[in-house]
Design a protein around this ligand. Structure first.
Ligand code: SF4
Ligand code: SF4
Length: 357
């Protein structure tokens, strides 16, 4: 099981998407439970994965160190804005299986949404991680919004040749910043994903599988006929979030929502946590196997209403249809040995990549 562990509700940036820190009374900025409670809880799960999260998790690097000094049987993941990367010693970084750095694409887009100088800081941090011998999966984690051009921004990040994978999430459902989502979806995002997919396939024909996380994971599901988890992020089934006050949630961003309370560190074990499942319209949707219901939070909250929810489904269905359309070509490449199914398989474990953008 994946445990997303908040180290703090505080953040040192004020990105346009989420406006920085959580109020301290909602997500405390310090960990309020004893470390031994976390160790006891995690020790009940021999396949545990710990992902440090926040706020900006490195603002509480001391807690990260303590956890990594106390637990040595789990995989470790971190999602960070990379600006405080040096707070953690090199030996800890080398122990991570996956490091996700938040960057949105080219410099102008990243700095527009995340603040001036952030792009340069992330690129520098990514290079430093490689220099110190980090050998795990290094991900560029993008938030995609109205200023984004999916083809330009993903290919830019790949061209840096530092990141193993690029993943993106659409800034939708809880965002009301869009000036014209429909126009952007049809005039920019959909044509851009088509162009990106063509590029991905053409590179595959040369024997190179570019690390575009959603393309790899969905194609793997299509080719092998193994459906995605529901939801693909595992929220409320194989992934839970432990807040700094010990509350356990189904989803890391649902800090205000009562439905998301799945248990408490002081009272529960991994087996007693509340389980969640999807309902309509996902359960009747012909795309469910390759969409997985996309996002439990959006499924329950529907902040853009029913009509808005369907618009996001349109984006997901479009992507799935694109990749389904390449099934024969990819199968041929697999048969002839140009690429192997292992090259396409992603992620190797739940490393917080939600798969469906
Ligand atoms: S496309 Fe929409 S309705 Fe269908 S499974 Fe995905 S989220 Fe649910
Ligand atoms: S995809 Fe949705 S349900 Fe899953 S972690 Fe993200 S916000 Fe939560």
């Amino acid at each position: 099981m994946l445990y997303i562990v908040y180290t703090t509700g505080q953040c040192n940036l004020q990105c346009v998407y989420c406006s920085g820190s959580f109020p301290e009374h909602v997500v405390p900025w310090r960990v309020k439970y004893p470390l031994k409670s976390l160790v006891r809880f995690i020790s009940e799960d021999s396949e545990a994965i710990i992902a440090f999260y926040g706020g900006e998790p490195l603002l509480n690097h001391k807690f990260i160190r303590k956890v990594m000094d106390s637990i040595d049987w789990t995989k470790f993941v971190i999602q960070t804005n990379a600006t405080l990367i040096h707070r953690l010693d090199e030996k800890y970084w080398r122990r991570f299986d996956t490091v996700l750095l938040s960057i949105d694409g080219i410099k102008d887009v990243t700095d527009y949404y995340r603040g001036r100088g952030v792009y340069a800081a992330v690129v520098k941090a990514a290079k430093w991680l490689r220099q110190i011998g980090f050998e795990g999966d290094l991900l560029a984690r993008m938030t995609v919004s109205e200023e984004s051009d999916i083809y330009r921004d993903v290919t830019h990040l790949l061209s840096l040749e530092i990141f193993d994978h690029v993943h993106w999430q659409l800034d939708v459902i809880w965002s009301n910043r869009w000036r014209n989502f429909d126009y952007w979806l049809h005039s920019s995002y959909m044509p851009g994903t088509t162009r990106l997919m063509k590029y991905w396939i053409s590179e595959m024909e040369n024997g190179k599988v570019l690390g575009i996380a959603p393309f790899k994971a969905i194609t793997y599901a299509i080719i092998t006929g193994s459906p995605l988890e529901r939801p693909p992020c595992g929220a409320g089934s194989s992934a839970y979030t432990i807040l700094t006050d010990g509350r356990i949630l189904a989803c890391p961003i649902a800090v205000y929502e009562r439905w998301a309370h799945a248990g408490h560190l002081s009272q529960d074990t991994p087996k007693t946590l509340r389980k969640y499942s999807l309902g309509s319209p996902c359960t009747e949707c012909p795309y469910l196997d390759y969409c997985g219901g996309r996002c439990l939070y959006a499924h329950i909250e529907r902040l853009w209403g029913e009509h808005g929810f369907r618009k996001i489904c349109d984006a997901t269905k479009y992507l799935i249809d694109l990749l389904r359309g390449e099934r024969e070509r990819v199968s041929k490449m697999l048969k002839s040995g140009i690429v192997s199914i292992e090259d396409i398989k992603y992620p190797p474990f739940n490393n917080t990549v939600e798969i469906i953008p």
